[in-house]
Design a protein. Structure first.
Length: 237
């Protein structure tokens, strides 16, 4: 929350940065290596995921969620595409989001757009319980896997994904799934435990998926698909 507030308060000053400062930020982004943990970006995505989860869990229904994603997220996605054709707009994006950008996002659509599109897809297609779990897996499992994997990963599984990161993902998302089953869905302890095993496994498989699309899209969509398949065998919802 502190990071989000600081970003909001820093917007006016960021927009007024001189060209030299923007160039410095660009160099920092270009030198940012994906093998190192990007804590600010992971915390940002964690907070955004938890905000979306909380809104959908306690305040809005499917129709309202789709409307909000279309009215708020839609223009942001359009602007994200437009900045790639406009250097001035791209500089504005760099001023505002340079601290959380990856170097490839200087010339490609950002993870924020994939996040919005992924949420829109799963909210429109899947039942609410599956959507909530999938958003949790993106908010919790992906950052945990990335940070633990980059710091302590010694045994590689797929590409740069490590066994250590996958285990951290499974432990955290299994616990989150158990809490959701017991406290939110009203399951018994036994059924919540089964959901924990299934949910943690779905989160790990979705995160390990070697897809060419940004994981802010693939993780929630793949998680929702896997949960739907598991639910057809072991009915949960």
């Amino acid at each position: 929350m502190k990071l989000l507030l600081s970003n909001v308060l820093a917007v006016p000053s960021a927009l007024m940065r001189p060209a030299s400062a923007v160039k410095t930020v660009k160099i920092e982004v270009l030198n940012r290596h994906r093998s190192l943990p990007h804590f600010e970006r992971k915390f940002y995505h964690f907070m955004m995921g938890m905000i979306c989860f909380s809104l959908y869990a306690f305040f809005v229904n499917r129709e309202t969620a789709i409307l909000l994603l279309a009215l708020i997220g839609g223009p942001l996605v359009v602007l994200d595409f437009l900045r790639l054709k406009n250097p001035e707009m791209n500089d504005v994006a760099l001023r505002l989001f340079g601290k959380i950008m990856r170097r490839e996002e200087l010339r490609s659509v950002s993870g924020n757009s994939f996040f919005v599109i992924g949420l829109l897809v799963i909210v429109a297609v899947f039942p609410k319980p599956i959507v909530l779990l999938s958003v949790l897996y993106l908010a919790i499992g992906d950052p945990i896997a990335a940070v633990v994997g980059s710091l302590y990963g010694r045994h590689k599984l797929i590409g740069k994904k490590s066994l250590e990161g996958a285990l951290a993902n499974w432990l955290c998302t299994s616990f989150a799934s158990f809490l959701m089953g017991f406290a939110y869905f009203g399951f018994s302890v036994e059924k919540s435990f089964v959901l924990a095993v299934v949910g943690g496994s779905a989160s790990v498989l979705a995160e390990l998926l070697p897809a060419p699309i940004d994981d802010n899209f693939t993780i929630p969509v793949a998680s929702a698909l896997l949960l739907s398949i598991f639910s057809s065998v072991i009915p949960f919802f």
